[in-house]
Design a protein around this ligand. Structure first.
Ligand code: NI
Length: 178
């Protein structure tokens, strides 16, 4: 069991009501788990900004009839120094392919690799989602039994709490028509 500390926070009533409404819509069963997720989210942002080792998934759609594009995509991945862990390919239709490339490495390296791939002509759209390896985020979900007292008022309990959104880099690729 994680070593828990209870803490109290002074907060305007109206602000807290808005927060409670927002997290209830997201499916959080109690305020404590929502606050823990916000804290983890902050820590993940710091991991990325500090250029630590993170994991990411690049999702993209491209036109496989574009000359040499398939070779260039493979070259970029083979030249990435082992940062690409896996890739999944789906033939969407006669022209379009969906590929998800899963990678692990320093935040800046993953962003560079994603930018390199997304800027290739024929890649129509893509997005890199980066998150933590999870090692420094504690034992999420193992201390719900202790969600009582300060900061843990029960909120219109629904199903399971939904996980927070992962980080999304702003780099979005669009095909450049010449
Ligand atoms: Ni395909």
């Amino acid at each position: 069991m994680a070593d828990l500390t209870r803490t109290g926070v002074s907060i305007e009533r109206d602000l807290l009501r808005k927060f409670d409404d927002a997290i209830a819509k997201k499916g959080y069963g109690n305020r404590s788990e929502a606050i823990r997720d916000l804290i983890r989210d902050h820590l993940v942002t710091e991991e990325i900004e500090a250029n630590r080792v993170v994991v990411g998934a690049l999702t993209m759609v491209y036109d496989h009839h574009r000359p040499k594009l398939t070779e260039k995509l493979l070259e970029a991945q083979h030249g990435a120094g082992g940062k690409v862990l896996a890739a999944t390919h789906v033939h969407l239709d006669h022209h379009n392919c969906l590929e998800v490339i899963i990678m692990k490495g320093l935040g800046a390296q993953l962003k560079d690799l994603a930018d390199k791939i997304l800027s290739l002509r024929g890649v129509k759209h893509g997005r890199l989602v980066v998150t933590s390896t999870g090692r420094d985020l504690g034992q999420a979900g193992r201390n719900k039994a202790n969600d009582r007292g300060l900061g843990s008022a029960s909120i219109k309990a629904r199903s399971r709490p939904r996980r927070r959104d992962a980080h999304t880099f702003e780099s979005v690729g669009h095909s450049s028509e010449s």
